[in-house]
Unconditional design. Structure first.
Length: 115
């Protein structure tokens, strides 16, 4: 990843990386998010909320807490009838240290992130 970043900013001992290309989140063969403005924190790409394909996202009741970012809320994905529970998360409100990812959406549980 070293050759692919434009700028790095330290966020409370974590690095934010601004990429030079468009990133895609793909699950079950569909692009569920796409942006050239992701923020990378702890090896996770956080996509702007307006870059997600909302038809695939369903609100979840799950919430978790990160000691330095704050309380995360989750989405489940529903793509062509296949459901991936709690596969996306976001921080509606963050600590000061995590403001660059506030409201942005990240993925796990088999969601592929690629340029």
């Amino acid at each position: 990843m070293v050759g692919f970043f434009l700028a790095g900013i330290v966020l409370s001992n974590h690095l934010k990386i601004k990429l030079l290309f468009t990133m895609k989140a793909i699950w079950n063969g569909k692009i569920i998010a796409e942006s050239d403005d992701t923020v990378v924190v702890e090896n996770n790409h956080y996509f702007p909320s307006d870059s997600i394909n909302k038809e695939y996202f369903k609100s979840s009741d799950l919430n978790t807490v990160c000691p330095w970012k704050g309380e995360a809320s989750y989405y489940s994905l529903d793509v062509d009838g296949k459901v991936n529970e709690n596969a996306a998360w976001f921080y509606p409100t963050t600590s000061e240290a995590a403001k660059p990812i506030e409201g942005k959406v990240a993925f796990w549980r088999g969601v592929q992130i690629e340029p």
